[in-house]
Design a protein around this ligand. Structure first.
Ligand code: GLN
Length: 501
Protein backbone atom coordinates (compact mmCIF):
# COMPACT_ATOMS: atom_id res chain seq x y z
CA UNK A 1 0.00 0.00 0.00
CA UNK A 2 2.58 2.51 1.07
CA UNK A 3 4.77 2.48 -2.03
CA UNK A 4 1.56 2.96 -4.04
CA UNK A 5 1.07 6.33 -2.37
CA UNK A 6 4.27 7.61 -3.94
CA UNK A 7 2.92 6.79 -7.43
CA UNK A 8 0.01 9.20 -7.08
CA UNK A 9 0.24 12.67 -8.54
CA UNK A 10 0.44 15.59 -6.13
CA UNK A 11 -3.11 16.61 -7.06
CA UNK A 12 -4.35 13.10 -6.30
CA UNK A 13 -2.42 13.04 -3.03
CA UNK A 14 -4.02 16.34 -2.06
CA UNK A 15 -7.53 15.13 -2.92
CA UNK A 16 -7.11 11.88 -1.00
CA UNK A 17 -5.68 13.67 2.02
CA UNK A 18 -8.70 15.98 1.99
CA UNK A 19 -11.02 12.97 1.72
CA UNK A 20 -9.33 11.35 4.71
CA UNK A 21 -8.15 8.28 2.74
CA UNK A 22 -4.75 8.50 4.41
CA UNK A 23 -2.86 10.93 6.61
CA UNK A 24 -0.01 13.22 5.74
CA UNK A 25 2.14 11.17 8.13
CA UNK A 26 1.43 8.00 6.12
CA UNK A 27 2.09 9.81 2.86
CA UNK A 28 5.29 11.45 4.08
CA UNK A 29 6.48 8.20 5.66
CA UNK A 30 5.90 6.39 2.36
CA UNK A 31 8.16 8.88 0.58
CA UNK A 32 10.82 8.69 3.29
CA UNK A 33 10.85 4.89 3.04
CA UNK A 34 11.24 5.06 -0.72
CA UNK A 35 14.02 7.61 -0.32
CA UNK A 36 15.84 5.36 2.15
CA UNK A 37 15.51 2.39 -0.20
CA UNK A 38 16.54 4.13 -3.43
CA UNK A 39 19.04 6.78 -2.45
CA UNK A 40 22.08 4.48 -2.52
CA UNK A 41 21.40 4.03 -6.25
CA UNK A 42 19.95 7.43 -7.22
CA UNK A 43 21.59 9.99 -4.92
CA UNK A 44 18.99 12.70 -5.53
CA UNK A 45 19.26 14.24 -2.07
CA UNK A 46 22.12 15.88 -0.20
CA UNK A 47 20.24 15.56 3.06
CA UNK A 48 16.91 14.12 4.13
CA UNK A 49 14.96 15.60 7.04
CA UNK A 50 13.00 12.63 8.40
CA UNK A 51 12.08 14.28 11.70
CA UNK A 52 11.24 17.71 10.30
CA UNK A 53 9.07 16.27 7.52
CA UNK A 54 7.14 14.00 9.87
CA UNK A 55 6.64 16.80 12.41
CA UNK A 56 5.19 19.02 9.66
CA UNK A 57 2.97 16.12 8.54
CA UNK A 58 1.67 15.57 12.07
CA UNK A 59 0.84 19.25 12.41
CA UNK A 60 -1.28 19.16 9.22
CA UNK A 61 -3.00 15.97 10.29
CA UNK A 62 -3.88 17.54 13.65
CA UNK A 63 -5.19 20.71 11.98
CA UNK A 64 -7.29 18.64 9.58
CA UNK A 65 -8.77 16.63 12.43
CA UNK A 66 -9.89 19.86 14.03
CA UNK A 67 -11.65 20.81 10.82
CA UNK A 68 -9.34 23.70 9.91
CA UNK A 69 -9.60 25.10 6.37
CA UNK A 70 -6.34 24.04 4.70
CA UNK A 71 -4.54 25.06 1.50
CA UNK A 72 -4.93 22.56 -1.37
CA UNK A 73 -1.43 21.12 -1.06
CA UNK A 74 -1.40 20.95 2.75
CA UNK A 75 0.22 17.68 3.79
CA UNK A 76 1.73 16.93 0.36
CA UNK A 77 5.52 16.58 0.67
CA UNK A 78 8.03 18.46 -1.45
CA UNK A 79 11.78 18.34 -2.14
CA UNK A 80 13.80 21.58 -2.24
CA UNK A 81 16.96 22.25 -4.24
CA UNK A 82 19.88 22.78 -1.87
CA UNK A 83 20.42 26.26 -3.26
CA UNK A 84 17.44 27.50 -1.22
CA UNK A 85 17.92 28.43 2.41
CA UNK A 86 15.98 26.37 4.93
CA UNK A 87 16.06 27.66 8.47
CA UNK A 88 17.73 25.19 10.82
CA UNK A 89 18.54 22.74 8.03
CA UNK A 90 21.93 22.47 6.35
CA UNK A 91 22.13 24.32 3.00
CA UNK A 92 25.29 23.94 0.95
CA UNK A 93 24.71 24.83 -2.72
CA UNK A 94 26.59 21.52 -3.19
CA UNK A 95 29.83 23.33 -2.38
CA UNK A 96 32.56 22.50 0.13
CA UNK A 97 32.71 26.19 0.94
CA UNK A 98 29.26 25.97 2.59
CA UNK A 99 29.59 22.44 3.97
CA UNK A 100 27.59 22.15 7.19
CA UNK A 101 26.22 25.70 6.99
CA UNK A 102 22.84 26.11 8.70
CA UNK A 103 20.92 29.20 7.52
CA UNK A 104 19.25 31.31 10.21
CA UNK A 105 16.32 32.10 7.91
CA UNK A 106 14.09 30.60 5.22
CA UNK A 107 14.11 31.64 1.58
CA UNK A 108 10.79 33.34 0.83
CA UNK A 109 9.78 30.48 -1.45
CA UNK A 110 10.49 28.04 1.40
CA UNK A 111 8.43 30.19 3.77
CA UNK A 112 5.62 30.05 1.20
CA UNK A 113 5.88 26.25 1.13
CA UNK A 114 5.74 26.10 4.91
CA UNK A 115 2.77 28.51 4.97
CA UNK A 116 1.01 26.00 2.70
CA UNK A 117 1.84 23.34 5.29
CA UNK A 118 3.82 21.11 2.96
CA UNK A 119 6.37 18.81 4.64
CA UNK A 120 9.90 19.33 3.24
CA UNK A 121 11.47 15.91 2.64
CA UNK A 122 15.01 17.13 2.16
CA UNK A 123 17.44 19.12 0.06
CA UNK A 124 18.27 17.98 -3.44
CA UNK A 125 21.63 17.75 -5.18
CA UNK A 126 22.89 20.17 -7.83
CA UNK A 127 26.00 21.23 -9.67
CA UNK A 128 28.04 23.39 -7.30
CA UNK A 129 26.33 26.82 -7.02
CA UNK A 130 24.04 25.68 -9.86
CA UNK A 131 26.86 25.87 -12.40
CA UNK A 132 26.45 23.04 -14.82
CA UNK A 133 23.98 20.86 -16.64
CA UNK A 134 24.67 17.35 -15.36
CA UNK A 135 24.86 17.35 -11.53
CA UNK A 136 28.28 15.75 -11.96
CA UNK A 137 29.79 18.92 -10.50
CA UNK A 138 28.35 18.61 -7.01
CA UNK A 139 31.16 18.68 -4.42
CA UNK A 140 29.52 15.76 -2.59
CA UNK A 141 28.27 13.10 -4.99
CA UNK A 142 26.69 12.71 -8.38
CA UNK A 143 23.02 11.97 -9.01
CA UNK A 144 21.88 9.22 -11.36
CA UNK A 145 19.08 9.42 -13.91
CA UNK A 146 16.34 6.95 -12.87
CA UNK A 147 15.86 6.02 -16.55
CA UNK A 148 19.42 4.69 -16.71
CA UNK A 149 21.62 4.85 -13.65
CA UNK A 150 24.74 5.27 -15.81
CA UNK A 151 23.43 8.54 -17.21
CA UNK A 152 23.20 12.12 -15.98
CA UNK A 153 19.85 13.48 -14.70
CA UNK A 154 20.59 16.88 -16.22
CA UNK A 155 21.37 19.91 -14.15
CA UNK A 156 21.83 21.89 -12.28
CA UNK A 157 18.50 20.91 -10.66
CA UNK A 158 19.34 17.24 -11.35
CA UNK A 159 18.59 16.12 -7.80
CA UNK A 160 15.07 17.56 -7.95
CA UNK A 161 14.43 15.99 -11.36
CA UNK A 162 15.76 12.58 -10.30
CA UNK A 163 13.73 12.65 -7.06
CA UNK A 164 10.56 13.18 -9.14
CA UNK A 165 11.38 10.54 -11.73
CA UNK A 166 12.24 8.00 -9.00
CA UNK A 167 8.99 8.80 -7.14
CA UNK A 168 11.06 10.01 -4.18
CA UNK A 169 8.99 13.21 -4.14
CA UNK A 170 5.78 14.31 -5.90
CA UNK A 171 6.90 17.94 -6.19
CA UNK A 172 10.28 19.64 -6.26
CA UNK A 173 11.76 23.11 -6.32
CA UNK A 174 14.38 24.00 -8.93
CA UNK A 175 16.18 27.13 -10.07
CA UNK A 176 16.88 28.17 -13.63
CA UNK A 177 19.66 30.61 -14.54
CA UNK A 178 20.33 29.21 -18.00
CA UNK A 179 18.10 26.16 -18.21
CA UNK A 180 18.61 24.37 -14.91
CA UNK A 181 14.92 23.59 -14.43
CA UNK A 182 13.94 22.88 -18.02
CA UNK A 183 16.88 20.73 -19.12
CA UNK A 184 16.82 18.28 -16.17
CA UNK A 185 13.04 18.03 -16.60
CA UNK A 186 13.60 17.21 -20.27
CA UNK A 187 16.12 14.42 -19.72
CA UNK A 188 14.16 12.76 -16.90
CA UNK A 189 10.69 12.80 -18.51
CA UNK A 190 9.32 15.28 -15.98
CA UNK A 191 7.86 18.80 -16.22
CA UNK A 192 9.62 22.00 -15.21
CA UNK A 193 8.76 25.67 -15.44
CA UNK A 194 11.01 28.70 -15.36
CA UNK A 195 8.47 31.40 -14.54
CA UNK A 196 8.72 35.01 -15.68
CA UNK A 197 11.75 36.56 -13.95
CA UNK A 198 10.55 38.12 -10.70
CA UNK A 199 7.59 35.76 -10.19
CA UNK A 200 9.23 33.71 -7.45
CA UNK A 201 11.33 35.62 -4.95
CA UNK A 202 15.09 35.15 -5.03
CA UNK A 203 15.37 36.11 -1.37
CA UNK A 204 17.23 33.33 0.40
CA UNK A 205 18.10 31.55 -2.83
CA UNK A 206 21.89 31.45 -2.95
CA UNK A 207 22.83 33.75 -5.80
CA UNK A 208 24.53 32.52 -8.96
CA UNK A 209 23.83 35.23 -11.57
CA UNK A 210 21.21 37.52 -10.09
CA UNK A 211 19.81 39.05 -13.29
CA UNK A 212 19.11 35.55 -14.63
CA UNK A 213 18.33 33.41 -11.53
CA UNK A 214 14.72 32.20 -11.57
CA UNK A 215 13.36 29.69 -9.04
CA UNK A 216 10.48 27.56 -10.28
CA UNK A 217 8.36 24.43 -9.88
CA UNK A 218 9.07 20.88 -11.06
CA UNK A 219 6.72 17.88 -11.00
CA UNK A 220 5.66 14.79 -12.92
CA UNK A 221 2.81 16.47 -14.77
CA UNK A 222 1.61 19.92 -15.81
CA UNK A 223 -1.17 20.29 -13.21
CA UNK A 224 1.16 19.44 -10.32
CA UNK A 225 3.72 21.91 -11.65
CA UNK A 226 1.03 24.60 -11.74
CA UNK A 227 -0.06 23.82 -8.17
CA UNK A 228 3.52 24.28 -6.92
CA UNK A 229 3.93 27.41 -9.08
CA UNK A 230 0.98 28.98 -7.28
CA UNK A 231 2.53 28.15 -3.90
CA UNK A 232 5.98 29.53 -4.77
CA UNK A 233 4.96 32.74 -6.55
CA UNK A 234 4.53 35.85 -4.44
CA UNK A 235 5.41 39.52 -4.34
CA UNK A 236 8.33 39.95 -1.96
CA UNK A 237 9.65 43.33 -0.83
CA UNK A 238 12.86 41.52 0.21
CA UNK A 239 13.71 40.93 -3.47
CA UNK A 240 14.07 44.22 -5.32
CA UNK A 241 13.26 42.57 -8.66
CA UNK A 242 10.13 40.85 -7.39
CA UNK A 243 7.02 41.53 -9.51
CA UNK A 244 4.08 43.07 -7.71
CA UNK A 245 1.76 41.25 -10.11
CA UNK A 246 3.45 37.86 -10.21
CA UNK A 247 1.50 35.48 -12.46
CA UNK A 248 -0.51 33.06 -10.32
CA UNK A 249 -3.70 31.05 -10.63
CA UNK A 250 -1.94 28.60 -12.96
CA UNK A 251 -3.73 25.51 -11.62
CA UNK A 252 -7.07 26.99 -12.72
CA UNK A 253 -5.62 27.60 -16.18
CA UNK A 254 -4.53 23.95 -16.40
CA UNK A 255 -7.89 22.59 -15.24
CA UNK A 256 -9.75 24.75 -17.75
CA UNK A 257 -7.42 23.66 -20.56
CA UNK A 258 -7.83 20.00 -19.64
CA UNK A 259 -11.61 20.40 -19.72
CA UNK A 260 -11.60 22.20 -23.08
CA UNK A 261 -8.76 20.40 -24.93
CA UNK A 262 -8.84 23.03 -27.64
CA UNK A 263 -6.07 25.20 -29.07
CA UNK A 264 -8.11 26.82 -31.83
CA UNK A 265 -6.64 30.17 -32.82
CA UNK A 266 -3.32 29.57 -31.04
CA UNK A 267 -0.38 30.84 -33.10
CA UNK A 268 2.75 28.76 -32.55
CA UNK A 269 6.17 29.91 -33.73
CA UNK A 270 8.92 27.36 -34.30
CA UNK A 271 12.28 29.04 -33.62
CA UNK A 272 14.19 28.36 -36.82
CA UNK A 273 17.58 28.73 -35.10
CA UNK A 274 16.71 25.92 -32.67
CA UNK A 275 14.97 23.51 -35.04
CA UNK A 276 17.63 20.83 -35.43
CA UNK A 277 20.88 20.94 -37.35
CA UNK A 278 24.41 20.35 -36.12
CA UNK A 279 24.57 18.98 -32.60
CA UNK A 280 20.93 17.88 -32.46
CA UNK A 281 20.08 14.22 -31.99
CA UNK A 282 17.81 12.96 -34.75
CA UNK A 283 15.33 11.35 -32.36
CA UNK A 284 14.99 14.62 -30.48
CA UNK A 285 14.10 16.54 -33.63
CA UNK A 286 11.66 13.80 -34.73
CA UNK A 287 9.91 13.87 -31.38
CA UNK A 288 9.71 17.67 -31.53
CA UNK A 289 8.04 17.55 -34.94
CA UNK A 290 5.59 14.87 -33.84
CA UNK A 291 4.53 17.17 -31.01
CA UNK A 292 4.04 20.01 -33.50
CA UNK A 293 1.64 17.80 -35.44
CA UNK A 294 -0.31 17.16 -32.24
CA UNK A 295 -0.60 20.90 -31.63
CA UNK A 296 -1.77 21.41 -35.18
CA UNK A 297 -4.40 18.69 -34.80
CA UNK A 298 -5.67 20.50 -31.70
CA UNK A 299 -6.32 23.62 -33.78
CA UNK A 300 -3.06 25.57 -33.52
CA UNK A 301 -1.41 27.17 -36.53
CA UNK A 302 2.32 26.60 -36.87
CA UNK A 303 4.81 28.89 -38.54
CA UNK A 304 8.57 29.25 -38.54
CA UNK A 305 9.98 32.33 -36.86
CA UNK A 306 13.45 33.82 -37.13
CA UNK A 307 15.26 35.24 -34.10
CA UNK A 308 18.41 36.48 -35.83
CA UNK A 309 20.41 37.36 -32.70
CA UNK A 310 19.89 33.99 -31.05
CA UNK A 311 23.11 32.98 -32.71
CA UNK A 312 24.98 35.17 -30.20
CA UNK A 313 22.88 34.38 -27.11
CA UNK A 314 25.11 31.61 -25.81
CA UNK A 315 28.20 33.80 -26.00
CA UNK A 316 26.44 36.67 -24.25
CA UNK A 317 25.27 34.35 -21.48
CA UNK A 318 28.75 32.94 -20.91
CA UNK A 319 30.01 36.52 -20.38
CA UNK A 320 27.15 38.00 -18.33
CA UNK A 321 26.69 34.92 -16.13
CA UNK A 322 30.37 34.59 -15.03
CA UNK A 323 30.57 38.35 -14.47
CA UNK A 324 27.69 38.12 -12.01
CA UNK A 325 29.06 34.87 -10.55
CA UNK A 326 32.41 36.49 -9.82
CA UNK A 327 30.81 39.29 -7.89
CA UNK A 328 28.21 37.12 -6.10
CA UNK A 329 30.76 34.54 -5.00
CA UNK A 330 33.10 37.19 -3.57
CA UNK A 331 31.21 36.86 -0.27
CA UNK A 332 32.75 33.44 0.44
CA UNK A 333 35.85 34.81 2.09
CA UNK A 334 36.31 32.56 5.12
CA UNK A 335 35.57 35.45 7.43
CA UNK A 336 31.88 35.49 8.20
CA UNK A 337 30.43 32.05 7.60
CA UNK A 338 31.12 28.79 5.85
CA UNK A 339 34.51 27.22 5.40
CA UNK A 340 37.63 28.92 6.81
CA UNK A 341 41.07 27.62 5.92
CA UNK A 342 44.20 29.20 7.35
CA UNK A 343 47.41 29.15 5.35
CA UNK A 344 49.62 26.17 6.23
CA UNK A 345 52.59 28.38 6.96
CA UNK A 346 53.42 32.05 7.12
CA UNK A 347 51.37 34.94 8.49
CA UNK A 348 47.60 34.64 8.95
CA UNK A 349 46.49 37.76 7.11
CA UNK A 350 42.95 38.34 5.83
CA UNK A 351 44.11 38.06 2.24
CA UNK A 352 45.97 34.80 2.82
CA UNK A 353 43.00 33.28 4.66
CA UNK A 354 40.73 34.25 1.78
CA UNK A 355 43.09 32.70 -0.75
CA UNK A 356 43.45 29.46 1.21
CA UNK A 357 39.69 29.25 1.87
CA UNK A 358 38.64 29.93 -1.70
CA UNK A 359 41.35 27.67 -3.09
CA UNK A 360 40.18 24.76 -0.97
CA UNK A 361 36.46 25.51 -0.94
CA UNK A 362 35.51 26.06 -4.59
CA UNK A 363 35.47 23.32 -7.22
CA UNK A 364 37.06 23.68 -10.66
CA UNK A 365 33.95 24.92 -12.46
CA UNK A 366 33.29 27.62 -9.85
CA UNK A 367 36.91 28.75 -10.07
CA UNK A 368 36.79 28.78 -13.86
CA UNK A 369 33.73 31.05 -13.86
CA UNK A 370 35.07 33.36 -11.16
CA UNK A 371 38.26 33.85 -13.14
CA UNK A 372 36.40 34.37 -16.42
CA UNK A 373 33.98 36.78 -14.79
CA UNK A 374 36.71 38.78 -13.11
CA UNK A 375 38.49 39.03 -16.44
CA UNK A 376 35.46 40.27 -18.40
CA UNK A 377 34.74 42.89 -15.71
CA UNK A 378 38.31 44.12 -15.47
CA UNK A 379 38.93 47.73 -16.50
CA UNK A 380 40.65 46.94 -19.79
CA UNK A 381 38.07 44.40 -20.99
CA UNK A 382 34.78 45.59 -19.51
CA UNK A 383 33.48 47.34 -22.62
CA UNK A 384 34.74 44.75 -25.06
CA UNK A 385 33.24 41.75 -23.24
CA UNK A 386 30.70 42.62 -20.58
CA UNK A 387 29.44 45.75 -22.34
CA UNK A 388 29.03 43.98 -25.68
CA UNK A 389 27.26 41.07 -24.03
CA UNK A 390 24.72 43.43 -22.49
CA UNK A 391 24.03 44.89 -25.91
CA UNK A 392 23.49 41.42 -27.34
CA UNK A 393 21.12 40.72 -24.48
CA UNK A 394 19.02 43.71 -25.51
CA UNK A 395 19.02 42.54 -29.13
CA UNK A 396 17.84 39.09 -28.07
CA UNK A 397 15.06 40.68 -26.01
CA UNK A 398 14.00 42.71 -29.03
CA UNK A 399 13.98 39.59 -31.20
CA UNK A 400 11.55 38.00 -28.76
CA UNK A 401 9.37 41.13 -28.67
CA UNK A 402 9.19 41.15 -32.46
CA UNK A 403 8.44 37.43 -32.63
CA UNK A 404 5.68 37.66 -30.04
CA UNK A 405 3.97 40.35 -32.09
CA UNK A 406 3.16 37.55 -34.57
CA UNK A 407 2.78 34.41 -32.48
CA UNK A 408 1.41 33.54 -29.03
CA UNK A 409 4.11 31.07 -28.04
CA UNK A 410 7.50 29.98 -29.35
CA UNK A 411 8.66 26.38 -29.26
CA UNK A 412 11.83 24.30 -29.64
CA UNK A 413 13.35 21.12 -28.31
CA UNK A 414 14.33 21.75 -24.65
CA UNK A 415 17.75 20.17 -25.13
CA UNK A 416 19.53 19.17 -28.36
CA UNK A 417 20.22 15.68 -26.95
CA UNK A 418 18.85 13.18 -24.44
CA UNK A 419 20.61 12.14 -21.20
CA UNK A 420 24.24 11.25 -21.86
CA UNK A 421 26.55 8.92 -19.92
CA UNK A 422 28.53 10.17 -16.95
CA UNK A 423 31.84 11.65 -18.01
CA UNK A 424 30.89 11.71 -21.68
CA UNK A 425 30.98 15.53 -21.95
CA UNK A 426 33.93 16.36 -19.82
CA UNK A 427 35.20 19.50 -21.49
CA UNK A 428 33.48 22.72 -20.40
CA UNK A 429 32.88 24.12 -23.88
CA UNK A 430 31.02 21.00 -25.04
CA UNK A 431 28.81 21.29 -21.96
CA UNK A 432 28.17 25.01 -22.46
CA UNK A 433 27.04 24.47 -26.04
CA UNK A 434 24.23 22.17 -24.89
CA UNK A 435 22.58 25.19 -23.24
CA UNK A 436 21.87 26.85 -26.59
CA UNK A 437 18.14 26.06 -26.45
CA UNK A 438 17.43 27.20 -22.89
CA UNK A 439 19.61 30.29 -22.39
CA UNK A 440 17.66 32.79 -24.57
CA UNK A 441 14.66 32.74 -22.19
CA UNK A 442 16.88 33.73 -19.27
CA UNK A 443 18.44 36.60 -21.17
CA UNK A 444 14.96 37.87 -22.01
CA UNK A 445 13.38 37.14 -18.61
CA UNK A 446 10.50 35.31 -20.30
CA UNK A 447 8.77 32.18 -18.97
CA UNK A 448 9.53 28.70 -20.30
CA UNK A 449 8.24 25.18 -19.76
CA UNK A 450 9.67 21.78 -20.60
CA UNK A 451 7.37 18.78 -20.84
CA UNK A 452 7.90 15.33 -22.34
CA UNK A 453 7.16 14.90 -26.05
CA UNK A 454 8.18 11.25 -26.35
CA UNK A 455 11.22 8.98 -26.37
CA UNK A 456 14.37 8.79 -28.43
CA UNK A 457 16.26 5.51 -28.17
CA UNK A 458 14.38 4.73 -24.99
CA UNK A 459 15.16 8.03 -23.28
CA UNK A 460 12.82 10.98 -22.67
CA UNK A 461 12.78 14.04 -24.94
CA UNK A 462 11.69 17.48 -23.72
CA UNK A 463 9.52 19.97 -25.62
CA UNK A 464 10.08 23.63 -24.75
CA UNK A 465 7.35 26.29 -24.77
CA UNK A 466 8.22 29.99 -24.36
CA UNK A 467 5.81 32.90 -23.82
CA UNK A 468 6.07 36.66 -23.38
CA UNK A 469 6.82 38.07 -19.92
CA UNK A 470 3.93 37.62 -17.47
CA UNK A 471 2.11 35.29 -19.88
CA UNK A 472 3.02 32.16 -17.93
CA UNK A 473 -0.61 31.07 -18.29
CA UNK A 474 0.04 30.29 -21.98
CA UNK A 475 2.68 27.71 -21.02
CA UNK A 476 0.24 25.98 -18.74
CA UNK A 477 -2.65 26.11 -21.17
CA UNK A 478 -0.68 24.69 -24.08
CA UNK A 479 1.31 22.33 -21.84
CA UNK A 480 -1.85 20.83 -20.38
CA UNK A 481 -3.30 20.07 -23.83
CA UNK A 482 -0.03 18.80 -25.31
CA UNK A 483 0.62 16.57 -22.30
CA UNK A 484 -2.76 14.89 -22.74
CA UNK A 485 -2.16 14.40 -26.47
CA UNK A 486 1.33 12.96 -25.94
CA UNK A 487 0.02 10.61 -23.26
CA UNK A 488 -2.71 9.48 -25.63
CA UNK A 489 -0.15 8.80 -28.35
CA UNK A 490 2.29 6.86 -26.18
CA UNK A 491 -0.47 5.15 -24.20
CA UNK A 492 -0.07 6.65 -20.73
CA UNK A 493 2.33 8.95 -18.91
CA UNK A 494 5.81 8.70 -20.35
CA UNK A 495 7.37 8.22 -16.94
CA UNK A 496 5.49 4.93 -16.58
CA UNK A 497 7.87 3.60 -19.22
CA UNK A 498 10.95 4.24 -17.13
CA UNK A 499 12.61 1.09 -15.78
CA UNK A 500 11.01 0.39 -12.41
CA UNK A 501 13.44 0.99 -9.59
N1 GLN B 1 23.91 24.87 -17.63
C1 GLN B 1 23.90 26.27 -17.43
C2 GLN B 1 25.19 26.71 -16.79
O1 GLN B 1 26.01 25.90 -16.58
C3 GLN B 1 22.71 26.69 -16.64
C4 GLN B 1 22.87 26.68 -15.16
C5 GLN B 1 21.63 27.10 -14.43
O2 GLN B 1 20.59 27.35 -15.01
N2 GLN B 1 21.76 27.23 -13.12
O3 GLN B 1 25.40 27.86 -16.50
Amino acid sequence: MNSELTRLSAAEQAAKLAAGEFSSRELTQAHLERIDALEPAVGAYLNVDHDGALAAADAVDAARKEGAALPELAGVPVAVKDLCCTRGQVTTAASKILEGWVPPYDATLVANIRANQMPILGKTNLDEFAMGGSTEHSAFHRTANPWDLERIPGGSSGGSAAALAAYEAPLAVGTDTGGSIRQPAAVTGTVGVKPTYGTVSRFGVIAMASSLDTPGPMARNVLDTALLHDVMASYDPLDSTSLSDAPRGMADVVRAAQAGMDLKGLRVGVISQLDGGEGYQEGVVDSFHQALTLLENAGATIKTVDLPHLEYALDAYYLIMPAEVSSNLARYDGMRYGLRVEPKEGPVTAERVMAATRGAGFGDEAKRRIILGTHVLSAGYYDAYYGSALKVRTLVQRDFDAAFADVDILVSPTSPITAYRFGEKDDPLTMYKLDVTTIPANLAGIPGMSLPSGLSEGLPVGFQILAPQRKDDRLYRVGAVLEALVNERVGGALLERAPQL
